[in-house]
Each structure stands twice: as C-alpha cells, then as structure tokens.
Design a protein around this ligand. Structure first.
Ligand code: HEC
Length: 208
C-alpha cells in the first residue's frame, strides 16, 4: 500500500510558460517592426537617384567608366566627359522620363524572367546591371548602335557566349529599345559595391 500523498506537480519555470512565449513573440514583432521602419527611412536617401552611390538620371549624358579603387579593393564607377546617348544631351526631366520609360519597358516585357538586374531576377541569361559596359559591345563608340540592333532583333544578332541560349524577339519598338538602353546606361553608373563580382568593363579609352 502506498498512502503517501503524491507530490504536487513542479511549477512550470517562467521560460517554459505559454504566457511568457506569447509576450516574447509580441515584443520581438513590435521591436522588429520599429527597426524595419527605421531601416526603411535610413535606406531611402541612399537609393534615391542623385545620391552618393546612385547618380541622377542626367548621368546618361556622360561617359561612364570604372577605375579600380585601392582603398575599397573593387572597381568604382567614374562619371566622365560629356557623351550624350544617341548624340542628344537631355535635360534632367527628359533624362528621367527616358530612363523611366526604359524601366517600365523592362518590367512590361518581363526581362527579369531570364535576366538579373541589381540583384533581382533569373540566371538564365547574363546579368544586365553592367551590360552597358559589356566588352561584347566591341568598343565605346559602336556600343549604342550595336545594343539597339541587338534589342530590336536579338535572334539574328545573337552572340550566345558559347551557349545555345538565345534571346527571343520581344517586339520592342525603336523608342522602347532606346529607353531600355538609357535605363541600362544609368544602372551601369550605380555604385553597386563591385557587384556583379568580377565584371569586366568594355575596353576603356583612358580616363577622361
Ligand atoms: C527568354 C529569355 C530572355 C528574355 C525574356 C530576355 N532576354 Fe535578354 N538575353 C537572353 C539571352 C539568352 C541572352 C544572351 C544571348 C545573346 O547575347 O545572344 C540575352 C542577352 C541580352 C543582352 C546582352 C547582354 C550583355 O551583357 O551583353 C541584353 C542587353 C538583353 N538581353 C536585354 C534584354 C531586355 C532589355 C529584355 C526585356 C525587354 C530581355 N533581354 C529579355 C535571354 C532573354
């Protein structure tokens, strides 16, 4: 016979109680929400066109090249002499409108379905963040014409880079193609901290 009274169940330690976990979850969510808002406000000025790393849209009127920074140990963009896109220097408002048209075309045609840009997109086709500087465009002076020709008819003008991958003809108009080129010229001038890693810029005709 065992008639000793049974021990009361041990009290649940505070860290194992449901109530403590509920409170922790609520507090962590609330604190992280505030952190997220803070980081958002901290990022906005850094990603706005016209800030230290993201140039204003008029940069499409200038030459863009890269110079290796010993201090940062990566290539950094340099905004050079006047080099208007398609031979026409644009006002700030016109440059913004053109880059914006290019970005909208990029989204409407879903280029990111195959390409990556600024860290977003697919890896079927080359990263386009610095495609303005791709050595495949022969040289700085031939580049915009070759890019336009390629975008208007990527099947006939396919390069392929030794793969069988081909870009389909997306039916861009000449205005859309030029706007996309402006958008890509602008992204090439963004200081992306050396990303995509080890990209090789087009043969550069010196610093100027
Ligand atoms: C179905 C997949 C696919 C889609 C969608 C696509 N591309 Fe491509 N693109 C490719 C492939 C594959 C290549 C590489 C083959 C080549 O250059 O011939 C390429 C190459 C390019 C290049 C040359 C890249 C370089 O650095 O030399 C540019 C610029 C380009 N595409 C722009 C665009 C734009 C702008 C769009 C949207 C309007 C787009 N692509 C949509 C598959 C695609």
């Amino acid at each position: 016979m065992n008639d000793t009274p049974s021990e009361p169940p041990p009290a649940t330690p505070w860290w194992a109680s449901e109530d403590a976990w509920r409170k922790i979850a609520i507090w962590v969510t609330a604190v992280m929400f505030v952190v997220l808002i803070g980081l958002t406000f901290d990022s906005i000025p850094k990603i706005t066109a016209g800030s230290a790393r993201v140039p204003a849209y008029e940069v499409i009127n200038q030459r863009i090249y890269y110079r290796f920074s010993q201090e940062r140990k990566l290539p950094v963009p340099v905004i050079g002499d006047a080099a208007p896109l398609f031979g026409t220097a644009l006002s700030a408002a016109d440059a913004q409108a053109l880059v914006s048209h290019g970005k909208l075309t990029f989204q409407a045609k879903n280029c990111m379905n195959c390409h990556t840009i600024l860290g977003n997109g697919a890896y079927f086709a080359p990263d386009l963040t610095k495609s303005w500087l791709d050595p495949a465009w022969a040289g700085e002076s031939a580049r915009e014409g070759l890019m336009e020709r390629f975008l208007l008819d990527p099947t006939t003008n396919a390069r392929g880079y030794g793969t069988t991958r081909r870009m389909p003809n997306l039916g861009l108009t000449i205005d859309e193609a030029r706007a996309v080129i402006a958008f890509l010229k602008w992204t090439s001038a963004i200081d992306t901290n050396g990303f995509p890693r080890n990209f090789t810029p087009i043969v550069q005709e010196g610093d100027r």
